[in-house]
Design a protein around this ligand. Structure first.
Ligand SMILES: Cc1ncc(COP(=O)(O)O)c(C=O)c1O
Length: 452
């Protein structure tokens, strides 16, 4: 048999890569838009062979590198990634006999990191922001560049390589033009490297300059994998604001709420960045007859269980195959139970009454810096759990200094309490309810610049 796109029969998985003849589907949104006239279509990019919009980019980066003679047989590739480009590159590398190394941030969902290893990539995990930051000396981009300086490696560099947005000029843009019969009036996408927005924007405006190109981005300190805040975008070479008609900022809270609605009300298994893009569209576009909007839905929900657990605490799972706890785990549970009861904890109102007084306790926030930066108790210093023993210089010399440990809800802070006790501190307590309880009780949190 030969590849037959209308019957969806292919000779090789590479024939499944999207093109004008073999487009990813577009489906109209019927419930969540609230529009009567404007038609909004979601372009479902998880129908690409390796599960995301970035398969197009991975394929084009390799094609371009091969054509330029930069990528050859048994090539060692290195690419910093937030997961999806890595997945496309890993699978294509398997098919083409390349070896892929992907430095990435430990902030990326565990699902994506495991999946990349499963797909055969050498995953190097580093402390970096969710989206690799170009300037971070210890970050994924810097590590990739270190590798790339060695002659046997080649870095495709999706953050700067124009083959990234060209993928969309060659495939996504022409697909959309054809699928809408040239009636598209607005193109909308969430922004990471900006390949999607820049490439589609250029192609579609070349067909009809009146088409509006709208980019959606999250707020600073966000928790949506694959996309960048405005500050992070400004560090990205393929971000071309002069080519876009509108940029819209969307909060994590709104994006995750819309993600839930897309799944439950539309029956579309859209991931968080798809919801972010859709909200960008709904914020920027009016309900008028004749308008046809296309929003890129970059990938689906299956890589984001850990993100959903964070944003919807009710969905957290208790392990479905509980194993017998080890003696160490039993000891830890007993210690935590002990700390939870008795005078190991303190309540929010009790703490408020003490703050501002001369003998106020020191507040130690034990969450990760990224979470801490989103908001913390005024005056709290940040020593993440994993660093309590190597950041002792930030702790008081006086082992009788009173300390209150703080986290989101008062669970991790119990472990913080035990760790501080193990360092000899005699007057440590954990804040029941944590930072979220603090806010629910009507008290405000500080962002880093305001910390006293
Ligand atoms: C889930 C997800 N959404 C959106 C994007 C943004 O796409 P682009 O990098 O083309 O701006 C990415 C990029 O990696 C992504 O992984």
């Amino acid at each position: 048999m030969t590849a037959n796109h209308s019957r969806r029969v292919y000779d090789h998985v590479l024939d499944m890569l999207s093109s004008e003849e073999n487009p990813t589907p577009m489906v109209r949104l019927n419930k969540v838009t609230g529009f009567k006239h404007t038609q909004v279509y979601a372009k479902l990019e998880w129908y690409n062979p390796f599960g995301a919009v970035k398969d197009r980019v991975a394929a084009n980066l390799l094609r371009d590198g091969e054509e330029r003679g930069l990528v050859g047989p048994a090539q060692k590739l290195v690419e910093p990634t937030s997961g999806n480009t890595g997945m496309g590159l890993a699978m294509l590398s398997n098919l083409k006999g390349y070896e892929l190394t992907t430095p990435l941030s430990t902030e990326i969902p565990a699902e994506k990191r495991v999946m990349l290893r499963f797909a055969g990539a050498n995953v190097e995990e580093l402390e970096d922001t969710l989206c690799p930051a170009p300037g971070a000396p210890e970050g994924a981009i810097a590590r990739a560049m270190e590798h790339a300086a060695k002659p046997e490696f080649h870095m495709l560099n999706q953050y700067e390589n124009e083959a990234n947005f060209e993928a969309h000029i060659r495939t996504t843009g022409p697909e959309i033009w054809r699928q809408t019969g040239g009636e598209i009036t607005h193109f909308v996408s969430a922004m990471g490297t900006c390949g999607t927005l820049t490439g589609n924007g250029r192609f579609l405006k070349s067909k009809s300059p009146a088409i509006q190109v709208i980019g959606a981005h999250p707020a600073e300190g966000h928790d949506i994998p694959g996309v960048r805040s405005l500050r992070q975008l400004e560090q990205t070479q393929l971000f071309k604001p002069e080519e876009y008609d509108r940029l819209v900022e969307i909060s994590d809270q709104d994006a995750y709420a819309m993600c839930l609605r897309l799944n439950r009300e539309e029956g579309i298994i859209a991931g968080p960045s798809a919801a972010l893009g859709l909200l960008g569209a709904l914020n920027a576009i009016e309900d008028l007859p004749g308008q046809v909007v296309v929003v890129i839905f970059a990938d689906n929900i299956y890589k984001y269980a850990s993100s959903f657990e964070r944003h919807f605490p009710d969905f957290r799972v208790v392990s479905s195959t509980p194993s017998e706890p080890s003696p160490k785990e039993r000891l830890m549970d007993a210690l935590l139970d002990n700390a939870r009861g008795g005078d190991g904890t303190t309540e929010i109102d009790g703490l408020v009454a003490r703050l501002g007084q001369a003998d106020a306790p020191m507040l130690v926030d034990v969450r990760t810096p990224e979470v801490y930066e989103k908001g913390h108790l005024p005056g709290a210093i940040n020593i993440p759990l994993a660093h309590i023993d190597n950041q002792q210089d930030q702790l008081p010399e006086d082992l009788d200094q009173e300390i209150v440990t703080v986290c989101n809800r008062g669970v991790m802070s119990l472990t913080g309490l035990l760790l501080l006790q193990s360092l000899g501190y005699r007057r440590v307590r954990s804040l029941n309810g944590g930072t979220m309880g603090w806010q629910e009780a009507g008290y405000s949190v500080a962002a880093p610049a305001e910390t006293g």
